[in-house]
Design a protein around this ligand. Structure first.
Ligand code: F6P
Length: 516
């Protein structure tokens, strides 16, 4: 048996021991549990106390970290060494916020200066009076900026930013409604500048603005890409192209010019604050010991439940309307990064990779899916997010109720209600069974002091490093996404009219859909 197998066995045993004690009882047997599993950094409190991360489990994970050379891989990440082995490159998103090797950090700073200059040209009227920006992009070229724009106050020079991602032109049509074609700036964001949806939406958007009577529409086209030659080939004015480094992965790219439209909506200072918040989290991730390292603890929680206990998903509920897009963002970040079947050396994984990430907004979700969380047969480790300072001026009672509900859910999932307790207000045993909650259901809670550009930047960087840590523990390359290619290839072939050896079911569907 290899030493890594022995370490996993040790983890299995540690987790079995942790599971043998009711979660709620752990607070009595370990009075310092909340302090040990609480981390305060960058204006955010992370609480992992209602999980099974007993000291023995954390200790066993530290053993795994040694065997998996976690420190070495973290160092490689934070110094811009090659870690994306299949694509033979580094992953330099942290350089965008100042952590990396000198060359990457300097290049990122230069690119930001170019972005700032373009931001200034828009704000100063170089494109005429602009009152709407249409951001076109998909996946990582969409989800991060969309989250920033939705979460933060729009105090920038062009507050009206609309985002189009879907190839279904219903989205584009809606985005164009009410647009003045001579006062609309189109920002196309595509790392590759080849993505079908984005290219088609860009062409259709420009054509539609022209049809609406716009003049010189194409002079108000900006491209943000790691392939500036392709953008130039399309006809984008070179001074309207914002390049970013090939080593910044799409789902890690919101720190670059990809967020130009977001910066125009939120203001330049807010964008800089997003970067500063992320930099604070980078420092924490680099320096804190693993047992007090928020991203590493988050990864231990995820790996513990998915790989040791067999939980298939993790649910994330933001008890703050401003963070309603966070679950969508995390879905791409985590599942595209770690939804893998082989390790970085191509060996099949023996343990489960990324859990399915899903979620929603509290309190809405309480009235939709929480029945299953409390009494269903699936184990769903749950994450709650809330913000201490309210995001509105409509009085404290809304916020008090919101936070009370958030914290109550985690407590109730853990505590449950025994059959005997249920019997007290149930008429018979069937009713008591229906009202019994087995409890012991784990959750983590992330409490932000306030939601501003800094804490949001720190929160997103926390999730990036948690995702990286999960991959590092498992030995995964978290920075490629080969799994999205096959579907794209088949779609291209079918759209091109070549049905080849396509199965009968798909042929029938295509014929019914009028495609072939
Ligand atoms: O298909 C997946 C993907 O490659 C994502 O990783 C990426 O964020 C998205 O497509 C968009 O790619 P691009 O920025 O090159 O248009």
């Amino acid at each position: 048996m290899s030493s890594i197998d022995e370490i996993w066995n040790r983890l299995d045993t540690a987790m079995e021991t942790a599971l043998s004690e009711p979660l709620v009882a752990k607070f009595t047997s370990e009075p310092q549990r909340a302090a040990r599993l609480g981390v305060d950094t960058a204006g955010i409190h992370f609480d992992f106390a209602k999980t099974h991360l007993d000291a023995g489990v954390v200790d066993a994970f530290c053993g795994l970290a040694d065997a998996a050379e976690f420190d070495t891989w973290r160092e490689k990440l934070l110094t811009g060494s090659e870690i994306n082995l299949t694509e033979t490159r580094a992953a330099t998103h942290t350089a965008e916020r100042g952590t990396g090797n000198a060359a990457d950090v300097a290049a990122a700073r230069d690119a930001r200066e170019t972005m700032k200059a373009l931001y200034g040209r828009v704000a100063d009227g170089a494109f005429g009076a602009i009152d709407r920006v249409i951001h076109i992009g998909i996946g990582g070229s969409f989800l991060g900026p969309a989250l920033l724009i939705d979460a933060l106050p729009k105090t920038g020079p062009v507050p009206d930013v609309r985002i189009v991602s879907n190839i279904d032109a219903v989205a584009l049509e809606r985005t164009l409604q009410g647009a003045d074609p001579d006062r609309t700036l189109v920002v196309t964001v595509s790392k590759s500048f080849t993505t079908l949806e984005t290219m088609m939406n860009m062409e259709s958007c420009l054509a539609a603005l022209e049809e609406m009577g716009g003049t010189a529409v194409r002079s108000r086209l900006v491209a943000v890409t790691a392939a500036p030659d392709k953008a130039e080939g399309f006809g984008v004015d070179p001074q309207n192209i914002l390049p970013f480094a090939e080593t910044v992965g799409g789902r890690y790219s919101l720190w670059t010019g990809v967020s130009l439209a977001a910066a125009l909506a939120l203001g330049w200072d807010a964008f800089e604050d997003v970067l500063a918040g992320a930099a604070a989290m980078d420092r924490h991730f680099a320096e804190a010991p693993l047992g007090k390292n928020a991203p590493a603890l988050g990864a231990m929680m995820d790996l513990g439940y998915s790989s040791l206990v067999g939980a298939e998903s993790r649910a994330v509920f933001a008890y703050d309307e401003r963070l309603r897009l966070l679950p969508d963002f995390l879905q791409q970040l985590e599942t595209e990064s770690n939804g893998k079947r082989v390790d970085r050396n191509g060996r099949p994984l023996t343990r489960a990779s990324s859990p399915i990430v899903w979620g929603g907004v509290g309190t809405d979700a309480q009235h939709a899916v929480f029945q299953m969380l409390h009494q269903g047969t699936h184990l769903v480790p749950t994450e709650f997010l809330a913000v201490v300072a309210p995001g509105h001026g409509l009085g404290g009672e809304h916020h008090r109720q919101l936070l009370a509900n958030c914290i109550a859910q985690g407590a109730a999932l853990m505590r449950g209600r025994s059959y005997d307790e249920a019997m007290n207000d149930a008429g018979d045993s069937a009713m008591a069974q229906a009202k019994t909650f087995e409890g012991g259901r784990p959750s983590s809670t992330i409490l932000l002091d306030r939601l501003d550009a800094r804490t949001l930047g720190a929160l997103i960087a926390f999730y990036e490093h948690r995702t990286f840590s999960f991959g590092a523990f498992l030995g995964i390359n978290s920075f490629d996404q080969m799994g999205v290619e096959l579907g794209k290839e088949v779609a291209r072939t079918i759209a091109g009219g070549d049905l080849g050896d396509l199965d009968a079911s798909s042929r029938d569907l295509l014929s019914r859909a009028g495609i072939s």
